[in-house]
Design a protein around this ligand. Sequence first.
Ligand code: SF4
Length: 445
Amino acid sequence: MALTGLEIFKLLPKTNCGKCGVPTCLAFAMKLAQKKAELKECPYASEQAKQVLGAASEPPMRVVKAGAGADAFEVGGETEMYRHEKTFRHQTAIALRVEDTEEPAALAAKVAEVDAFVIERVGEQLRLNAFCLSNTSRDKERYLAALKTVTAGSSKAVIVDCPDPETVKAALPLLAGKRPVLRPGETDLLPFVNLAQENNASLVVSAKSFEELAARTEAIVQTGFKDLLLELQAPGLGDRVETSTIVRRAALRKGFKLFGFPLVWSLPAQDEHLLLAGAAVGICKYAGILILPQFSREMMLTLFTLRQNIYTDPQKPIQVDPKVYAIGEPRPDSMVFVTTNFSLTYFIVSGEIENAGVSAWLVVPDCEGMSVLTAWAAGKFSGAKVGKFVKDIKLEEHVTTRELIIPGYASPISGDLEESLPGWKITVGPQEAADLGPFVANRAK
Ligand code: SF4
């Protein structure tokens, strides 16, 4: 459980020496309680303080890593029940279930399709994260052959969905260095603990009830191995949401360590609309890894968009770098538009300029990721700030035109901007990006 500032204060030396960067031990205790400082910043902290505060500062949910290189991902490490409380930290990893009973050529084609599948949205490349290879055949050689097909076609992480320790043991060398996830199901897990430990893998603990889940997790934690994920069987979607919520609340609010691991949701094959609904709920309601039986472009666009929204820090909007962007192949005398660095705004405006069939420059000052109206209202998109940015990036050396087209919603800044940029003409463009096409067409007349 988290300690309060006063509880932490009692453990500090109370000499107010200031070596930790704040004037008093009480102020430092408050910073520790808010997780804005680390105990190591106090050089005089006692061993008792280190022990107590070290345990208290452990995250309530463990971070589990899987995959390697560009395909590596982390899940868990969550501290909030609700995204609006602060932020969710590690987005749901989405895996596609494939089976070793699939015809090899069809499996290879599916793997290749998933591996190449990418959707770009607001500047991010969105992909599936892993394959979950099921040992449906219960045949070791068949599983190994299917695994070779998967690893030959993709470097994505693999969930080894297999209850047989001998098959898993034979499979792991094929996944060396790739941090696989072992998912043995409801069998005896202890034979898999060594395998996971020796192969830098994580292990899914599956159970049918809370009691069974706690007992199975405890048995593994006692061995010292903690790279675990939890999976609770539930008959329906409503039950799944309920059990996930209870597990998360127990870990985050009650400090119940045995449930302090990310969750796995595995959805059965079903009507695509129901599957999409279930997967969307999984992303919102705490799936660390979501295993899907099938995928389509439409489904993934929906899920990726949802995931991107849920796992964006509400206090830190997605931003693009402040600079001048070339849209198309602009010349020095091409039009110059100005907008803010909120990703969604940037991509909508740049897309509409492209759709208008012109090449242009797009000047994007730092507005802390706010949209135009919000940035203007917050004073982040003022005439003085935009003018200073234009001077800082030496825009007049890149373009010969001396006209800036600002968004219609920011029309009140035009006077100030003209004042801060002598020699430039400020034109107020349309309020909505969708009207940029007609705006450009009118100017061409
Ligand atoms: S360094 Fe330690 S002893 Fe000194 S003021 Fe900070 S908390 Fe107190």
